[in-house]
Design a protein around this ligand. Structure first.
Ligand code: ZN
Ligand code: ZN
Ligand code: FE
Length: 748
């Protein structure tokens, strides 16, 4: 007696080879019927004997393709129709098309085996892929996801590839970027004048050049990398000079997990992240006697390590020493992704370029993840994660959240899903503004929405704020910077509050016109109340102080009534005099409660960083110097001022300035003090507000030591603590917070 059953499967099940997998299960279980992608999810109708149906049902939910995530599978009994054979029906083209758009996926193990199998027809072919792996987000021009709407459109498949593509039993059935050396994209090696270098094997030639110590621009998945040997100090030096990037760490690509272990400590959770299909850069601790030159990451004992994620990377790294792979861009500009944009880099920054003829449709930087113990800290959420949504607590009208101006990403909501964009970056240069505008329009088109509500930062001079207003939408919702930070953490943890939010951050526009960044807020998604803050210090010379931590040291010493002579020799008499008088007269010396600036001041005072070559460098060095040290917290003050509680680290500064403690011990004790002081503030706020849940956010919590100490101090006092694991605590996570605040305030 045959039965017929319908399955409606939802989750991440479209564009990941789910239908062919269902087809294969149906064949092996002798099931008739069909499978189809629809706006409601993947619909399967299956007909067969009860036993076969049970086995089939078990297989579709129990062994889905590696990239599929099943969130629900609803079944319904139907009447048997006597159908024979099983078919894959073409997709229904409506509804939420983005559900069928996966992120880029690292080369799978089966493709890897073919890549290095000399008898395989794709032996050493740098663009092989299958339904389980390959480019997606970066090659799709339009949805629905079909070859003619990708940048593979111009490559007609050869008969062998076409056969695989059309055969539901084949691993490459419906694999849109399917290609081989006969029909697919190919590589070209260019010299510094942009002329083609004649060679049988551009990869082998590139490897030879890299070994000689040159810098090669290499076209990857979401943009170009600048690449050189990680072991060649002189190449590293040249790259640093040419890129005008003296200290900021470079990411390093290793050939294998085993090779990483020769250089770094890898925990099991870090290993999982390294080999995950997203293949992000993972910040790892270097072994004590690291073989890598100091120039790779001069400020820390860590390195951003990642594994090859395309066949081309696998070939480049095969039997090779690790390679530095850093984004090809000028600072504060978006990553280069076209041969046209590469031209100015050739002969100036790159000696050679390894290019290919598969266009990059969407730029997408590498993602960066770090671990603080077991806690996952996303530093940059981009390639491999975008465009997967964050699922919100409730549905609402479509919203565009414009983000902030540093480390920008933006966010769009549809229903109960929030789609964060790829990493856009700092909105300083015109090219970034262009990239931003293009990407906003692109996501609107992919989602098929035109949001009537636009959220943005309160900062009046942000490009993103001006952009929000210029759209001329019905409703523009300005969201305070730190409210958005905390709300973004609440959104990914699916909580509504009220909570105590600790926003330890660089700078953000406050509601009182001062610069905030060390705030204690009572937050629900609709609004917030500021209930505490760090003591304010002037920023002499304004924003410039961000790149001159020694100015913050001067400000803190002066405000605390300590001898500024301790800083003599660290800046000119003239500069010191000028800054002093600015502060005395209150000219161009805005007050800030920023935790980031306080870390800057302490780091500079201890001699770790007078002038920064990148934002946050002083704090990075302070944290690095604390490594391996232990110590008790210094003293601090907690008191009321007006209707706010205020936390002063003045007593700690006095102990540090007294000079009886070694600098590296001061470094760890200062971290400990911040954690204890923040916890003491929360204990008082719990009394006052009757709230025991604490949410941490803000760029300063990228500091793994501070994060770990703060969480354990709060837990010890019985708080329930929430932190990010999906989006970044820095400004690249802020758009999600803006979106949920606007959503909570929308009337619908
Ligand atoms: Zn594959
Ligand atoms: Zn082919
Ligand atoms: Fe911020």
């Amino acid at each position: 007696m045959k039965k017929r059953r319908r399955f409606v499967v939802n989750g991440c099940v479209q564009g990941v080879g789910f239908r062919p997998a269902v087809f294969r299960h149906a064949e092996s279980c002798a099931i008739a019927g069909f499978v189809s992608n629809t706006p409601l999810g993947v619909i399967i109708e299956a007909e067969g004997e009860e036993e076969a149906l049970a086995e089939f049902s078990q297989r579709i939910t129990g062994s889905p393709p590696s990239q599929a995530i099943i969130s629900s599978c609803i079944t319904e009994e139907l009447l048997a129709t006597g159908e024979t054979g099983f078919s894959i029906r073409s997709s229904e083209r409506s509804g939420d098309l983005l559900a069928g758009m996966p992120a880029d996926i690292a080369t799978c193990s089966q493709c890897m085996a073919e890549l290095f199998d000399s008898s395989d027809r794709r032996f050493k072919y740098p663009f092989l892929n299958c339904t389980d792996c390959g480019p997606r987000f970066t090659i799709i021009r339009e949805l629905p996801y079909d070859r003619e709407r990708t940048s593979m459109h111009s490559f007609g498949m050869c008969p062998a590839c076409q056969r695989e593509y059309a055969d539901p039993r084949d691993r490459r059935f419906d694999a849109q970027p399917n290609a081989c050396a006969v029909c697919g994209p190919g590589l070209t090696l260019l010299n510094s004048s942009g002329d083609k270098i004649q060679t049988d094997d551009p990869v082998v030639e590139t490897k030879r050049l890299l070994e000689q110590g040159v810098i090669v621009a290499i076209k990857g998945l979401g943009g170009y990398h600048l690449c050189c040997s990680a072991h060649n100090s002189s190449a590293l030096n040249t790259l640093r000079q040419r890129k005008n990037r003296p200290h900021k760490a470079f990411a390093v690509m290793f050939s294998s997990l085993e090779q990483i272990r020769d250089y770094c400590r890898v925990s099991s959770i870090e290993e999982k992240e390294l080999v995950s299909p997203a293949r992000p850069i993972v910040v790892l601790a270097l072994l004590a006697f690291s073989k890598l030159p100091v120039l790779v990451s001069p400020d820390t004992h860590d390195v951003g390590a990642f594994l090859p994620y395309t066949p081309l990377h696998h070939l480049l790294l095969e039997k090779s020493l690790p390679l530095v792979m850093t984004s090809c861009n000028r600072s504060e500009e978006p990553i280069v992704a076209t041969e046209e944009a590469l031209v100015p880099f050739l002969g100036t920054i790159a000696d050679y370029a390894l290019i290919h003829n598969r266009p990059i449709v969407r730029r997408c930087d590498d993602s960066v993840v770090a671990y603080s113990g077991e806690k996952r800290v996303v530093l940059r959420r981009s390639r491999g994660f975008v465009p997967y949504p964050i699922v919100l607590l409730k549905e609402g009208p479509p919203i565009l959240a414009c983000g902030a101006d540093q480390k920008n990403t933006f966010c769009m909501t549809r229903g109960d899903k929030a789609y964060l964009s790829q990493y856009i970056g700092d909105m300083v240069e015109y090219t970034s503004h262009l990239f931003y505008g293009e990407s906003v329009n692109d996501l609107m088109k992919l989602l098929g929405i035109d949001p009537a509500i636009v959220a943005c930062d309160m900062h009046p001079d942000y490009h993103s704020t001006r952009y929000a207003h210029a759209l001329g939408k019905r409703s523009v919702v300005p969201v305070q910077h730190h409210h958005a930070h905390i709300a973004s953490c609440m959104a990914e943890n699916r909580i509504q509050g009220p909570v105590i939010g600790i926003a330890f951050d660089g700078t953000g526009f406050g509601t009182d016109g001062s610069i905030w960044g060390g705030e204690f807020l009572v937050v629900d998604l609709k609004g917030f109340r500021r209930v505490g803050r760090l003591k304010q210090y002037p920023m002499p010379g304004g924003e410039e102080a961000v790149m001159h931590p020694v100015r913050m040291a001067l400000s803190v010493l002066k405000t605390e009534g300590l001898e500024v002579e301790k800083l003599s020799g660290r800046m000119s008499e003239k500069e010191m005099g000028l800054l002093f008088s600015l502060m005395e007269k209150g000219i161009n010396s805005p007050l800030t409660s920023s935790a980031g600036r306080l870390f800057d001041a302490v780091s500079a005072f201890l001699g770790f960083c007078d002038t920064a070559s990148y934002e946050g460098q002083a704090a990075v060095r302070l944290q690095a110097n604390a490594r391996g040290q232990t110590g008790e917290p210094f003293a601090y003050d907690l008191y009321s001022t007006g209707d706010l509680l205020e936390l002063s680290l003045g007593p700690a500064i006095r102990e540090i300035v007294a000079g009886e403690t070694a600098a590296s011990v001061c470094a760890v004790r200062f971290h400990e003090t911040m954690a204890q002081a923040a916890t003491a503030m929360c204990v008082q706020l719990r009394e006052q507000e009757k709230i025991g849940h604490v949410v941490l956010s803000g760029g300063v919590f990228q500091n793994a030591l501070l994060l770990e100490r703060t969480i354990s101090a709060l837990l010890a006092k019985g708080f329930v603590v929430y932190f990010h694991s999906l989006v970044s605590p820095n400004d690249s996570g802020i758009a999600l917070g803006q979106a949920v605040v606007a959503l909570a305030n929308s009337i619908y």
